[in-house]
Design a binder for this molecule. Structure first.
Ligand SMILES: *Cc1c(COP(=O)(O)O)cnc(C)c1O
Length: 387
């Protein structure tokens, strides 16, 4: 039953890719700390030769995520950005990649500061407006990069509408599914060719590991990416794969709680007299609400908001006064985190670009954890009362 695609999400999260260890019966996938594997005769092996190419703990994780995302194959990397790097390596000089303009800062940096030197052309458009995306597409567009919900403004991009453009243009559609996870959004069902994850976030779920994953919809892309994984070598170690496999076993339970707590906090912030604006796709007033309802099974665990009349100082004060929320980079762990995108996660985006994209100095981002919502709400209340 482990790889039964008709099984429910929770069953796949717990079992897909895993079966008791054949040599001992160990129920949990062992952490195979080995770089190499004995061969009975030259070339006579059990499918494992060298751990850059294959490691059983990594195989279990790759099979697990492939089942959750309904793809052909999972490919694991040392970090989310190593996964992004592998995908861009599918391109050649002169090829164009069109991406959303409020992209994760590290992805933007990798595109513009590293890959731009190799003759790949990057375009950034507001993909909440499909007409803008279509205007940017040319015969040279090989990849379209979607991140939805986006970071940190929670813009929603219509994946189906982007995929529909593949009828007219010949591109590979990539969705960074880090914020939603396959529990809330399954891009391959919506027309994506590749799904990418920073498993460092919700998939790992406990802020104790850095890892990246790609799921390919078809065999041909999967083979190219496996070749890049083995040739460039940015693989995760077996312990990291084990930690993410363990994290994924509770993904469905955690996401339910993240969504529920976030809804409570979003409504609380929205009603607070000191709060100017709350970005959360669950509000019917949110620009992408209807699309989110259509393509997601919940609104996720992220919120961003702006304090009334703030020039940035109040935001900093608020963040320093929170006690249950930890001021830190990252998101998606069981514990609540808060951040200041302008000086933290998005500091690598030039100020002009940042402001244009709506990332003001007074924007606060919350990754709402799975603690008791009442405690989270009280923490925000006391920190707001101090400004
Ligand atoms: C964190 C993150 C990444 C990068 O992943 P790392 O694991 O930090 O390398 C990419 N995209 C999104 C949306 C992220 O949140």
């Amino acid at each position: 039953m482990t790889n039964d695609l008709s099984a429910g999400f929770g069953t796949k999260a717990v079992h897909a890719g895993q079966s008791p260890d054949p040599s001992t019966g160990a129920v949990m996938t062992p952490v195979y700390f080995t770089s190499t594997y004995a061969q009975a005769a030259p070339g006579d092996h059990k499918g494992y030769e060298y751990s850059r190419t294959h490691n059983p703990t990594r195989t279990a994780l790759q099979d697990n995520i492939a089942a959750l995302e309904n793809g052909k194959l999972g490919i694991a990397f040392a970090s989310g950005l190593a996964a992004v790097d592998a995908i861009v390596r599918l391109l050649k000089p002169g090829d164009e990649l069109v991406s959303t303009n409020d992209l994760y800062g590290g992805t933007y940096r990798l595109f513009t500061k590293l890959f731009a030197h190799y003759g790949i052309v990057f375009k950034f458009v507001d993909m909440t407006d499909i007409a803008q995306l279509e205007e940017a597409l040319t015969a040279k567009t090989k990849l379209v990069w979607v991140e939805t919900p986006s970071n940190p403004l929670l813009h929603i991009i219509d994946i189906k509408a982007v995929a529909a453009l593949k009828k007219k243009y010949d591109f590979t559609l990539v969705v960074d599914n880090t914020f939603a996870t396959p529990y809330l959004q399954q891009p391959i069902h919506l027309g994506a060719d590749l799904v990418m994850h920073s498993a460092t976030k919700y998939l790992g779920g406990h802020s104790d590991v850095v890892l990246g994953l790609i799921v390919a919809k078809d065999e041909s892309l999967a083979k190219q990416l496996l070749f890049i994984q083995n040739s460039a070598g940015a693989i995760p170690g077996p312990m990291d794969c084990f930690l993410v496999l363990r994290g994924i076993k509770t993904l469905h339970l955690r996401m339910k709680q993240h969504c529920e707590n976030t809804k409570t906090i979003a409504h609380f912030l929205q009603a607070h007299p000191k709060v100017e604006k709350v970005h959360w796709p669950g509000f019917s007033s949110h620009r992408g609400h209807a699309i989110a309802v259509e393509q997601m099974n919940g609104f996720g665990g992220m919120i961003s908001f702006i304090i009334k009349g703030d020039k940035g100082a109040d935001a900093r004060n608020f963040l320093s006064n929170l006690k249950v929320f930890t001021l830190a980079e990252s998101l998606g762990g069981v514990e609540s985190l808060c951040g200041h995108p302008a000086s933290m996660t998005h500091a690598s985006i030039p100020k002009e670009e940042r402001i244009k994209a709506g990332l003001s100095d007074s924007l606060i981002r919350l990754s709402v954890g799975i603690e008791d919502a009442a405690d989270l709400q009280q923490d925000i209340e006391q920190a707001l009362s101090k400004i």
